[in-house]
Each structure stands twice: as C-alpha cells, then as structure tokens.
Design a protein around this ligand. Structure first.
Ligand code: NCD
Length: 319
C-alpha cells in the first residue's frame, strides 16, 4: 500500500494554534523548496499562483511584513491588489465585515490582512470564500513570523525538538510571542519567557503549561540555544508597565556583557523593528551571532509556502 499523501488541511492561516506539528513541518519543507527559488542567480519567479488574485489589507503599520508578503506574491506570479485602509470607505465608517463582503464580491482567492483587533481574521473567515492569512491581529497571533522564526532556527540547528529558546522582553503586548509559544511548544522546544513581572502575564501558564517564566535574564541566559528579543511596544502602552527605560535595559537588554554569559553559538533573533540601545545594543543586533537579517530573508520563502499551500493544498514540494 502506498503511504497516504499529505494534504494541507486548512483553508485559512488564522494562527499557529489550529495547526498540527505535521502541518508546520509541511510548511517549513515547502519553504525550503521556495528558498531555492529565491536564491537562484537569475529568475526568482515560479508560476505557482498564476491567475490567483491576492488582496493585501493592512490596517496597521507594517514595513517588513507587508513588503515580504508582496515580494512572496510576486515570486509566485500572483495578481496583487494593495488595499489602502486610509483612503478606503472604512474611513467613511464602513464596517470591516461590509468592506470584506464587498471585496468578496470581486472574488479574490487570498486575502492577507493585518488588523489591530484580535480575532478580526476569524470574523472575516466566516464571511469569505477566499483564504485568509493573518499578518498580525493585535496582541493575538502573527503566525508567519513564528513560521519564519522556526525556519531560521531549523536551518541553524537542524531541528526544533529539544531546543532551548528564551523569549525576552515585552511579552504582554507581543503577538509574535503568542504564535511562537504555540509553534515552539508543539514542535518540542523548551521555551522560557523572560521579562519584568509586569510584562510577563502569569496566566500564560494556563494555556502553555510547559513554558517556564523567569524574571532573571542573567540566570537563564547561559543554557539557551536561542534568544529572541522582543520590541518594547510603547504604542501599545508598555511605558506604563516599566519604571523607566534605563532600568529596563539594566535587567533585560541583550548587550556585549550579557553575551559573554551566553553559549558561543547562541542564535540572537528579533522580529524587528528594533529599538536599538533599548532591548538590544547595535553591536549585538549586528554581531556574529545575530540572525536578524536571516529572519527577514527567510520570511519570503516561508510566506510563499503559506500562500501556496492554502491555494494548492495537495501541493508538490517543488512547483
Ligand atoms: C512585529 C509585529 O508587527 O508584530 N514585527 C514584525 O511583524 N516584523 C513585532 C513588533 O512590532 O515589535
């Protein structure tokens, strides 16, 4: 009997939470095939999404994620519409569901959306025939960031199972950390959340019982294989949770003196944008252990893989 062929079972990518480990592995394997396309010296384009219409709906600021999705779409030969939330009828008071239903009437195949409301994507998915990709919803999930982080870690260490990963800083406001907690725990990594008590909600343990929480960065640093630094999200109110930036940096900044305590080949990561000099110093962010730009590079094939498998769930490894 031939082994059962894997079919990607999800219509939308609303978060990492609904994915099984084998879905995550399928996405990362597909991304590896697309990485080869992205690294070609000549034509970095495949016809995998030819004649598919993709709408990018960004209601919150984004540079990296938006550009990364758009490059991924171009590499897949999709037709692209960039919906400008500022000039749209939303500014005239149209509801999100109205906007979505009007878009739906134009029959797009895929919608990539960033929105400040947690759960906005789940709401839309109930009104749309198109597949929806969550490019960030408030402080809830940012699944493609977690996938590209996992891809970057797997590329460096060859595995995720058993890796020790500390996620450090503004845990409270980060959607990146929530998607990473789902992904890393599903794939067998050992996650330690590090930050001041005010920025690390204790109730996270109820959802992710296997994670450790520490308020002492120096104590947990030496055993980590990877350190993911998070941006202090002042636009979401972080200032009210810390006594001051100097105090925050003294205990939670990744800087050269802390790096001396870390493993020699520790992976230093940050989803960007970086507050240089606050959560991480420039010499570490740009230093030999930093994978920050690898994360950005890997974002393109990972997003290609997500959009490809949503549109072609039977996907071939190399289209
Ligand atoms: C993150 C985001 O927007 O959630 N950035 C990103 O997507 N690269 C993290 C952040 O804003 O700090």
């Amino acid at each position: 009997m031939s082994p059962e062929r894997y079919v990607f079972p999800h219509k939308h990518l609303l978060g990492i939470e609904p994915l099984e480990p084998r879905d995550i592995t399928a996405l990362l394997d597909q991304a590896r095939a697309f990485e080869e396309v992205c690294e070609r010296p000549d034509i970095k384009i495949v016809p995998a999404l030819r004649k598919k219409l993709v709408v990018n709906l960004f209601f919150e600021n984004s540079t990296r994620t938006r550009n990364s999705f758009e490059i991924a779409q171009k590499r897949l030969s999709a037709e692209i519409i960039n919906f400008d939330a500022d000039t749209s009828s939303l500014a005239k008071g149209e509801t999100l569901v109205d906007t979505a239903m009007n878009l739906e009437a134009m029959r797009p195949d895929l919608i990539v959306m960033r929105h400040s409301a947690p759960g906005a994507h789940a709401l839309l998915s109930r009104h749309m025939k198109a597949s929806i990709v969550n490019a960030g919803d408030g402080a809830h999930e940012h699944p493609t960031q977690a996938l590209l982080d996992a891809y970057t870690l797997r590329k460096k260490f060859g595995k995720l199972d058993g890796l020790k990963v500390a996620i450090v800083g503004d845990i409270r406001h980060s959607r990146v950390v929530r998607s990473n907690m789902w992904l890393l725990t599903k794939m067998g990594a050992k996650v330690t959340l590090v930050g001041p008590p005010t920025l690390v909600p204790q109730d996270l343990k109820a959802t992710w019982p296997s994670i450790e929480i520490s308020h002492d960065f120096d104590a947990v640093l030496p055993e980590q294989d990877a350190i993911m630094m998070l941006r202090a999200q002042f636009e979401r109110g972080t200032g009210a949770y810390i006594p001051g930036q100097g105090e925050y940096s003294r205990f939670f900044q990744l800087n050269p003196s802390r790096m001396k305590r870390a493993k020699k080949d520790v992976a230093v990561m940050h989803p960007g944008p970086i507050n240089r000099g606050l959560e991480i110093t420039s010499d570490v962010a740009d230093g030999p252990n930093s994978l920050v730009l690898d994360q950005v590079t890997n974002g393109v094939p990972v997003r290609m893989a997500v959009m490809f498998l949503l549109c072609h769930p039977h996907g071939e490894l190399v289209p």
